[in-house]
Design a protein around this ligand. Structure first.
Ligand SMILES: Nc1ncnc2c1ncn2[C@@H]1O[C@H](COP(=O)(O)OP(=O)(O)OP(=O)(O)O)[C@@H](O)[C@H]1O
Ligand SMILES: [Mg+2]
Length: 504
């Protein structure tokens, strides 16, 4: 695009405790353009946008706004200058309503009594309407979806006249419909001349929404290319020096006896009469649309939300699972899409998190943890998963998102269970890390684990599964063997119930 960029970042460098995480990176942001920023976990994407948004100050390089050099002392200063950073986990206040969340920043310190609330509510409704957002000013934020809370953050930025809106992995927690809704918003903002920076890991999304793509690798700029010169292979190659097809490889493992079986599992409103079997060495895919009830079934097996009726068998023995502790005792482990729910303690060290689930196993007979044994295990899994970190005493919250996910996986792998439930195991993970997770899933199947893998990514399901169940609206609508797998048939089975209910 011709003309001056709104923001020009030139030669930006940043270090944390002496470790260089950004190395003389250039990044320009133009009005009316969606500029995507991609790269593997830990490549420095979040750090770069945090420098631009005034969260961190760089150790080297120059930031300019409309051609004039600037240095923001705080996120607040960057906001005043028209640069807004939308966080992946929205920073909304749950106990307040929409208007209060929208204008909190502007009204702070002015004394709430002096605020003309009716007028502010009216202003909020006008803003929401102009943005084509359905919520209303007086709606409470508690209970809203992440997608709606994101909309509030975007609206809030616009109410402060933001010209540059930076979104760090905004789609990570959204369903397909919500992503499309967000993309509609991004296109409208672009038409209004706003500049958008979009960070993401899903290359189909990147190719759909962006005009320009910048790739970072290990804190350095690999290159920038325009959308029309880019395709998945090219971007993957820039990110990791490998092609897409090399990413998912299925290895066959000998398949043995049934390890996990459910009979007639039901939970009114969530799922009905679920009968599944997972055998030793088998990877069973659970396909379906977001909201089909797959995670709820997983929660029943893992005990986070037991089923209302039905039976669960482990190695042919009927078991009662009322909570995760009971599930773990029966040899069931689960990696969930929601890191907070799987009990990642972000304020604690990587080492602590990894060993937390198995403290008992490595404790000696006398009840204290054997340090050397612990260290050996931690080292082995950190290496196995290729977790990028300074050292294992680093706190988990300092890790990039994808590396946090690997810590969760390591944690459950260490429990050495028979049944492994993976709920969207590669969400928020970059392509390089994905490949490592696929390799790991194959490897675990070879070790004889029974794996139930819930995934909304069809390529993942198609490539890795030995067998696939498809769920729709709480029911299993189809089952395919590996030989029968067909993307279109899976999609059809995933939406049959819906079509039926829409037609009726
Ligand atoms: N506050 C911090 N303190 C110490 N190190 C940090 C901090 N924030 C980030 N890092 C390190 O800087 C590097 C870049 O991290 P960053 O979060 O920018 O990566 P990213 O590209 O956003 O990755 P992801 O895709 O996983 O979100 C990582 O090695 C990370 O561990
Ligand atoms: Mg990040």
């Amino acid at each position: 695009m011709a003309g001056e960029p709104i923001v020009r970042a030139k030669g930006i460098s940043k270090t944390f405790s002496g470790v260089r995480v950004l190395n003389a990176v250039d990044f320009d942001i133009y009005a009316g353009e969606v500029h995507a920023l991609v790269g593997e976990n830990g490549a420095g994407k979040s750090t770069l946008v945090k420098v631009i948004a005034g969260v961190y100050s760089p150790v080297g390089g120059v930031l300019s706004l409309d051609g004039k050099e600037v240095s923001f002392r705080s996120p607040h200063a960057a906001r005043e200058a028209g640069i807004a950073l939308i966080h992946q986990e929205p920073l909304t206040f749950q106990d307040l309503n929409v208007t209060e969340n929208l204008y909190l920043g502007h009204t702070r310190g002015r004394g709430r009594a002096l605020i003309n609330w009716p007028e502010l509510h009216k202003k909020a409704d006008e803003l929401l309407e102009s943005l084509n957002v359905r919520m209303r000013s007086r709606d409470p934020v508690r209970g809203m979806t992440i997608a709606d809370q994101q909309m509030i953050e975007i609206a809030s930025a616009l109410s402060q006249n933001a010209r540059v809106i930076i979104m760090d992995e905004p789609t990570a927690a959204l369903s397909h419909g919500e992503v499309q809704n967000l993309f509609g918003m991004i296109r409208r903002l672009k038409d209004q001349g706003k500049a958008i920076v979009f960070i993401g890991h899903r290359l189909d999304e990147i190719l759909e929404i962006s005009d320009k793509i910048t790739v970072l690798r290990d804190g350095s700029l690999v290159g920038e290319c325009s959308r029309k010169d880019a395709d998945q292979d090219k971007i993957v190659h820039m990110m990791i020096n490998r092609t897409f097809k090399e990413l998912i490889v299925k290895e066959t493992a000998p398949i043995g006896d049934v390890v996990l079986e459910t009979r007639g599992l039901s939970y009114p409103g969530d799922y009905e009469n679920i009968n599944i079997k997972v055998r030793r060495g088998e990877i069973v895919g659970m396909a379906g649309l977001v909201g089909a009830g797959r995670s709820e079934v997983a929660s029943a097996v893992f005990g986070t939300q037991p089923a209302a009726s039905g039976e669960i068998f482990i190695k042919g023995e009927k078991v009662t699972i009322k909570n995760p502790a009971m599930a773990m005792k029966k040899g069931i482990a689960m990696v969930s899409e929601d890191r907070a729910r799987t009990g990642l303690l972000v304020a604690f060290s990587i080492k602590y998190n990894i060993t937390f689930a198995i403290l008992r196993k490595i404790a000696s007979r006398f009840g204290f943890v054997q340090n050397r044994k612990e260290q050996e295990l931690v080292n082995r899994y950190v290496k196995y998963l290729n977790i990028k970190m300074r050292d294992d005493n680093q706190r988990v919250k300092e890790l990039s998102g994808g590396n946090q996910q690997k810590v969760v996986i390591a944690k459950w792998l260490l429990t050495e269970s028979d049944v492994l439930i993976l709920d969207e195991p590669t969400r928020g993970i970059d392509v390089g890390a994905k490949m490592e997770v696929y390799r790991l899933i194959n490897e675990l199947a070879k070790q004889g684990k029974a794996i139930l893998m819930i995934s909304s990514e069809l390529p993942e399901i198609m490539q890795l599964s030995d067998r696939v169940y498809v769920m729709c609206d709480g029911n299993i609508t189809a089952e395919f063997s590996r030989a029968e797998l067909d993307g279109q048939k899976i999609m059809a089975a995933a939406s049959t119930g819906r079509q039926r209910s829409e037609a009726s």
